[in-house]
Design a protein around this ligand. Structure first.
Ligand SMILES: [Zn+2]
Length: 607
């Protein structure tokens, strides 16, 4: 790591929490063992728990006083960041080289030897801090979450967590086993879903039917896991003193600033404001494609073909073109963001191409000991790859901006509210969008830019109703736990919600596949209630984009300021700092929908 670059990138620490010094130690006491804890994650990564445990024990035993708290938090943060970075580097190693057997073995050993012990040690330190009654500077927000976690923590739930993980693994094995024979060519689920974006309608229909046939084959196994998971969740909630799982889960997810009723109000606002706009777009699509009925394979909520039947965009040919163009785009948004991106590129912290022996999908991982981020994608040259690059870069900028905080729980993304983390990444997709034009250094000539942007905005608009189906379905499930154990009733509820929120789709003759397809949405099975956050974050991002249209510099400055607060401000305050409202009422949504619809019209009208 280049120290001088780091100093230029991070802002000065707030002075009140930065004064860590050996002078705080009682006279005659030598500086403790943390002085010799490796600073370099590479050295540390060779350590097993046998070596780490002495440091963990020392932190657990050290006396906590108003004088010692800053040193203690600093040392805890150093150790926690080293452990987190080592583990993350192993995730990176195994996903970038799936055939690296030594890497897989190291990952497995670390997962089994270090991580469970590290998690137990983290939990013990959190309790020690809470019991001390001390309030470190700029630490109220992490303390709020720690306190909330501690109140629902139950020893008897540990065995149930293990059981839950076993069922989740069983479900993952089921989804991984979704294999398809496509004219003799073996395809996985992601490859079949990608076919829903092709221009040939028959191919799309075939892809949907292949997916639903596969879901039907797995239905009995999936439903058995589902009922077991429901029972397990109810028991965990009961053990923690909750009468229903949703209240328990709300606290587990750290949802302090909105209620189930707020989510339902959001669904209602989507019904009022978004559905009419989607219906208007659908009418245009039908006219342009000369079709009478929109079927699920014409407008799948994940992947869809171009509404005008135009060929797919090809914004870049090589990864070098992608990174150099993206860097130019960022330099138009804000030179500091371009510098962050360049740093990742120079330090080989971008692995972007699709190649053999590499995992699927995309992610950003934080490297907390190095104050860096790592971006993983499987880019093939599509317009979606450009959006993904902007999105994951938004997450990476969050890591850079929050790196100024001295303590791990102030700077780690994992402990921040998802409703804001995703707002940071989704905002970057929109803030950067004007600069994707070739004459501003970007990827597209004017007609292609119009196509790329209207594709992106349509996706944003159409996501909200689908999100509402997924969320409303789960509210129904946990409000009606007995009915939800009967998967036929789940099918009914899902189909009814689907027809309500996506009324433009014609399911005639496909009713059975509609009833099946809640099983395609992994979140429902393994990440309960974790979905509405994306809808909220998207609304925050559109508000931020609206601000940028008024005054781009001011909007980007607010964006960076909010990111740099790390985990030291509440969820509504993070939104406020970004210049937007944490609000998902009808008025806010109506303004967002109008802006999106008007922009799509302007873009399409121009070409
Ligand atoms: Zn994201």
């Amino acid at each position: 790591m280049d120290g001088s670059t780091l100093r230029r990138l991070v802002r000065p620490r707030p002075p009140q929490v930065a004064q860590r010094s050996v002078w705080a130690l009682p006279e005659g006491m030598v500086p403790h063992m943390f002085a010799i804890l490796p600073a370099d994650w590479k050295v540390f990564s060779e350590w097993g728990w046998d070596r780490i445990s002495a440091y963990a024990d020392e932190l657990l035993e050290r006396e906590l006083t108003p004088h010692s708290i800053d040193d203690w938090l600093t040392d805890w943060s150093r150790l926690a960041r080293l452990i987190a970075e080592t583990f993350t580097r192993l995730i990176i190693r195994t996903t970038t080289h799936t055939n690296d057997e030594a890497g897989q073995l190291r990952f497995q050993n670390y997962s089994e030897d270090v991580m469970p012990r590290a998690r137990a040690f983290e939990q013990a330190l959190k309790l020690k801090l809470l019991e001390s009654g001390l309030h470190p500077e700029a630490f109220d927000i992490p303390l709020q979450r720690m306190r909330s976690d501690a109140t629902i923590y139950r020893e008897e739930n540990l065995a149930l967590h293990t059981e839950r993980e076993r069922l989740e693994t069983e479900f993952s094995a089921l989804t991984a086993a979704r294999a398809f024979d496509w004219d003799g060519q073996p395809l996985n689920q992601a490859q079949v879903i990608a076919k829903l974006g092709l221009s040939d309608r028959e191919t799309r229909e075939r892809a949907w039917k292949a997916l639903s046939e596969c879901l039907a084959k797995q239905q009995a196994a999936t439903d058995r896991i589902w009922v077991q998971l429901l029972d397990l969740r109810a028991r965990m909630a009961g053990n923690a003193g909750f009468s229903d799982y949703r209240s328990f889960r709300w606290q587990e997810l750290g949802r302090f600033y909105y209620t189930p009723d707020d989510c339902k109000a959001f669904h209602a606002a989507i019904q009022e404001e978004v559905i009419p706009a989607v219906l208007r777009l659908t009418e245009k699509r039908k006219r342009r494609l000369s079709i009478d009925h929109i079927r699920v394979w014409d407008d799948h909520w994940w992947v869809k073909p171009d509404p005008q039947g135009r060929p797919a965009l090809e914004p870049f040919g090589t990864i070098g073109q992608l990174t150099s163009t993206i860097e130019r785009v960022f330099s138009c948004v804000d030179p500091a963001l371009a510098l962050y991106y360049r740093t990742l590129n120079h330090e080989s912290l971008l692995d972007l191409d699709a190649r053999a022996n590499k995992a699927q999908g995309g992610y950003m991982q934080e490297l907390p000991a190095s104050r860096r981020a790592f971006i993983f994608t499987t880019a093939v040259g599509s317009s979606l790859d450009v959006v993904t690059q902007l999105h994951e870069s938004g997450h990476a900028f969050h890591v850079f901006e929050a790196a100024r905080w001295p303590y791990h729980y102030q700077s780690m993304l994992e402990y921040m509210p998802v409703e804001f983390i995703e707002c940071a990444s989704m905002s970057m997709e929109l803030l950067a969008s004007p600069y994707l034009a070739a004459d501003r250094g970007g990827f597209y000539a004017p007609p292609q830019l119009a196509q790329a942007r209207s594709e992106h905005l349509t996706q944003i608009l159409e996501f909200w109703p689908y999100m509402a189906v997924v969320d409303a379905f789960q509210h129904w499930v946990y409000e009606n736990p007995d009915a939800a154990r009967d998967t036929e009733q789940c099918d009914e509820s899902w189909a009814a919600l689907h027809r309500l929120f996506l009324p433009h789709l014609d399911w005639t003759g496909l009713e059975d596949t509609l009833r099946l397809c809640w099983r395609l949405q992994d979140h429902i099975l393994v990440y309960p209630f974790y979905y509405v956050e994306y809808g909220m974050a998207q609304l925050g991002a559109v508000q931020l984009w609206a601000n940028a249209l008024e005054d781009s510099q001011k909007a980007v400055a607010a964006y960076r300021r909010a990111l740099s607060l790390g985990n030291t401000a509440s969820l509504p305050d993070l939104y406020r700092a970004a210049g937007v409202r944490f609000d998902f009422g009808r008025d806010t949504l109506a303004r967002a929908v109008q802006l999106i619809e008007r922009t799509i019209e302007e873009l399409e009208g121009a070409y």
